[in-house]
Design a protein around this ligand. Structure first.
Ligand code: C2E
Ligand code: CA
Ligand code: CA
Length: 690
């Protein structure tokens, strides 16, 4: 769409163009008229004026022609410049004519004057078609002329001159209005033409676009055809390829199916298939009113072998084990490997429980026989737990879980055993779980507390120190023995935080009683030893309370020494470096190699109460053992502490053998901190009296 402003200027340009193109003939008419008048006035007083007019009009016409033709050929200046020049020149020719008319006032020949006026009227009317194209030009041309003639009319000396002047004015008005109308219609016409042109242009553009679109459509079509052809070829290839892939996939799926239901190592059914089979057996057994047994088997010592001889040997061993088990069961029974060293045997159509026990015993017997793998002679064993359908459960999960519980019991009782499930096992398990849950909140609920049991020198009856022992008073179950909850703390991993809590209790107690100059021993679990963060914690606690480190003793058990000698040694040395002493607890109950004892920084050995009870009785060889322990500790420069001394007889026996320190009910049961403080006070006053 043409903008309003652009339209206006285009309109003007078109007007000018048309004006300039048509004005050549008009200007020539001017020259012709001027020289015609010159001829008319040859013999009158106007001769000179007419000559001047002729020359002026000729000159003006010359310039007008010059600029119009210059514009038409190729404009050198702006349109406005041409227009202004044209306007001035037109005005000049109008003025020339006007002035010449005015001189006619004095014309002596009325006829000639009238002829001149006639010519002028003709020019005023005749210039309309050309100059109405641009109204300023027409007005510039006509107004001076009309003024000249009008002045002549009113100055002439005859009656009715005013009527003539008035009529003349009407004539001029009509001319101007005609010119204005013509001007308007021409401009409308030009405007219409311009708009039409634009419309045509737009149409052409649209047509062009359509043609382009058509062309690109055709192009796409051809491309599409080519692509379709290519795709078809590709598809055929892909089809062939897919067919081969599907074939491979089917093969893979088959083997996946196998893997999903079988143990890769032994080729036995895995747990998934096992559960399927148990489900099936349950259905059949329930329909036929028969019993079924689930034998849950776990190898004894497998982990040790796997760790020490390596996984390859472990794997070979598992394969051999599965072969041996297979040989012991009937064809329609199922044997599966559950992962690790766990196997499950399903015995269907069981006649009686003895049948299950017999199979289990046969299997164990086979597995006790040594295996030879890669020239290693390997001894293992197995523990088997049995659950029976329907008595011990009616879903695969319950039956398996109960057989597992029974197996756990068999293992606990020493291995190479067969154990039937019974409901009390589940109760034990449930109790244990309850206790475990209670343990998690025990610290927060303030259910733990410490008691202290005195240790006294045999030779002077003086207090050597106290052993710190933990107590748990549970809101629901009451006092729970450390023999029950310490293993639970270890299994749940709570032993680390609770172990730290014990240290804090003890150091706080020591710090609160600076008058005490005896040492406090703290029991360390096997798990805590080798956990080096404990050392940092201990350091911080000593620094925090400012206590003397030598007032702390740590008790460790023998089992620890065998576990990880290097690490234990490092751990104990660091504790030693802090200034604390170390005692070896429960000495004599396990196997302690002398080499360990010598190489570790141990200051004290604590002889277990099993060596103490009955020591005074004659006729036992305890005495000899105890004497040699005392000698050994003496020669290694260690102190010895006898635990569980309950009677004076035991005390005097130990004293006579040269034992150093006594701990036991004879002096005091473990007591709370408050009780300990008054106990110590009482003893001191008693000593003072003695
Ligand atoms: P333990 O370290 O051998 O502690 C000595 C046990 O013997 C204590 O049992 C103590 O009460 C008991 N006992 C002391 N004198 C006599 C006596 O004359 N006769 C008899 N029959 N027993 C006596 P308790 O307090 O029940 O502790 C049992 C075990 O729990 C401890 O054996 C120790 O291994 C562990 N334990 C106790 N407190 C802690 C602790 O704070 N941390 C760790 N890691 N273990 C602890
Ligand atoms: Ca102890
Ligand atoms: Ca002990």
């Amino acid at each position: 769409m043409i903008q309003k402003n652009t339209l206006k200027s285009t309109l003007l340009e078109t007007q000018i163009d048309r004006l300039f193109r048509s004005s050549i003939s008009g200007t020539l008419t001017n020259i012709f008229a001027a020289w015609l008048i010159f001829l008319l006035v040859q013999n009158t007083s106007q001769h000179d004026n007419a000559w001047l007019l002729g020359v002026s009009i000729t000159l003006i016409t010359f310039f007008r022609t010059l600029i119009t033709s210059d514009f038409i050929r190729s404009p050198r200046f702006t349109t406005n410049t041409y227009l202004s020049a044209y306007f001035i020149l037109t005005l000049m020719s109008g003025v020339c004519w006007g002035l010449f008319e005015y001189t006619q006032v004095t014309h002596d020949n009325d006829v000639v004057r009238n002829l001149i006026f006639l010519i002028n009227f003709g020019m005023i009317a005749g210039s309309i078609p050309i100059l109405s194209m641009w109204m300023p030009a027409y007005l510039a041309y006509v107004i001076p002329q009309a003024t000249g003639i009008f002045l002549v009319f009113i100055n002439l000396d005859f009656e009715g001159r005013y009527y003539i002047a008035f009529a003349f004015l009407i004539f001029i008005g009509l001319m101007v209005s005609t010119s204005v109308n013509l001007n308007r219609s021409r401009r409308n016409e030009i405007e219409l033409t311009l708009k039409n042109n634009e419309l045509i242009e737009n149409l052409n553009e649209e047509i062009g676009e359509k043609v382009d679109a058509q062309r690109s459509l055709e192009k796409s079509k051809t491309m599409l055809e080519i692509t379709v052809e290519e795709r078809t070829r590709d598809l055929t290839d892909t089809n062939l390829y897919l067919e081969s892939v599907i074939e491979k996939k089917e093969i893979a799926e088959e083997s996946l199916q196998y893997l999903a239901y079988h143990d890769e190592l032994t080729g036995l059914p895995n747990k998934n298939l096992l559960i399927d089979r148990i489900n099936q057996s349950i259905k059949i057994s329930s329909r036929d009113d028969q019993q079924m047994a689930i034998l849950f088997l776990d190898l004894d010592r497998f982990k040790t072998i796997n760790d020490s001889l390596g996984h390859r040997i472990g794997d070979e061993l598992l394969k051999e084990v599965s072969e041996r088990i297979k040989n012991q069961i009937r064809k329609h029974d199922t044997i599966s490997r559950n992962g690790g060293d766990e196997f499950v045997i399903v015995l269907e159509k069981l006649k009686n429980h003895n049948e299950a026990v017999n199979v289990a015993k046969k299997v164990i017997k086979q597995l006790i026989e040594p295996f030879t793998i890669n020239s290693h002679n390997i001894h293992i064993g197995a523990s088997i737990g049995i659950s029976i359908y329907p008595g011990d459960g009616d879903t695969p999960m319950i039956l398996l879980r109960n057989a597992d519980t029974a197996m756990y019991k068999a293992k606990k009782e020493g291995g190479n055993l067969v154990q039937f499930y019974d409901a009390s096992m589940s109760n034990q398990l449930r109790d244990r779980l309850e206790l475990e849950n209670a343990l998690h909140t025990a610290i927060d609920k303030n259910e733990f507390y410490m008691v202290y049991q005195p240790q006294v020198y045999t030779h002077n009856n003086k207090l050597r120190g106290v052993e710190s022992l933990m107590r748990w008073n549970n809101a629901k179950s009451g006092e729970i023995s450390p023999d029950r909850f310490i293993p639970l703390l270890e299994e749940t991993g709570l032993i680390y935080s609770v172990g730290n809590w014990v240290v804090t209790q003890v150091v706080d107690f020591i710090a609160a009683h600076p008058e005490n100059d005896f040492r406090f021993s703290i029991n360390l679990s096997v798990l805590q030893c080798g956990h080096f963060e404990f050392i940092n914690f201990l350091k911080e606690e000593i620094n925090r309370t400012g206590i003397t480190p030598s007032l702390l003793e740590f008790e460790i058990t023998e089992s620890l020494l065998v576990k990880d000698f290097g690490n234990t040694k490092l751990f104990l040395e660091q504790i030693h470096k802090l200034g604390c002493t170390i005692a070896l607890d429960d000495f004599g109950t396990g196997y302690t190699s002398m080499t360990y004892l010598v190489r570790l920084p141990i200051d004290v050995i604590k002889i277990d109460k099993t060596f103490v009870q009955g020591i005074h009785e004659e006729d036992n060889n305890l005495e000899a053992i105890v004497r040699s322990i005392i000698n050994m500790s003496d020669s290694l420069g260690m102190e010895n502490v006898f635990e569980g001394v309950e009677t004076k007889q035991e005390l005097s026996a130990i004293r006579s053998m040269g034992g150093d320190i006594i701990q036991g009910y004879l002096y005091s049961k473990p007591m709370t901190g408050t009780d300990l403080t008054s106990w110590v006070k009482d003893r001191n006053s008693y000593d003072d009296q003695a």
